[in-house]
Design a protein around this ligand. Structure first.
Ligand SMILES: [Zn+2]
Length: 159
């Protein structure tokens, strides 16, 4: 079954890493039906939501019933796949991967829940406004920011 990774890229100022906080972090995505190509509106999945897949095929984080063709498909966050973004390294980095059965995510949007931390371990909640976040680190006496949020999905091998 296809595995798909979410790669993101951020421009930062005085930030060492960025991560999706909590196991209930919501990944807002648009999903494309693998059968007919219909794309959903924004939906979200989080790791704490599980739904039984029909036919005793285990659990998934989201089951989609395509509005156009009626095909049922599902998607789950892969266990242990969540990683923090290393700002020093920069560029696109995979922060999570999904197990996709009969569908694929095509767009991601960040709607809060990201935590950015400085080299000294001070952390900030990133509240993006028009895709940008600015704050001030009183301890280090310097500004901090996260801007230019970009994302892409990448098909992964294996499983
Ligand atoms: Zn469909």
């Amino acid at each position: 079954m296809p595995r798909i990774g979410l790669e993101v890229s951020f421009d930062v100022e005085n930030i060492a890493k960025i991560e999706a906080a909590g196991t209930d972090f919501r990944y807002f995505v648009k999903i494309c039906c693998g059968n007919c190509g219909e794309i959903t509106d924004w939906v979200y999945l989080d790791q704490e939501d599980t739904i039984e897949v029909k036919g005793g095929r285990g659990l998934a984080n989201m089951v989609l019933n395509c509005k156009l063709c009626g095909r049922e498909s599902n998607i789950s966050i892969e266990d242990g796949s969540r990683k923090a973004y290393d700002a020093e390294k920069g560029g696109f980095q995979q922060i999570v991967s999904f197990d996709c059965r009969g569908l694929e995510p095509v767009e991601w949007e960040c709607r809060g829940g990201l935590v950015a931390s400085t080299e000294n371990g001070k952390s900030f909640e990133v509240e993006l406004e028009d895709g940008e976040w600015y704050d001030f680190d009183d301890d280090a006496n310097e500004s901090v920011s996260v801007t230019n949020v970009q994302s892409q999905f990448k098909k992964l091998k294996g499983k």
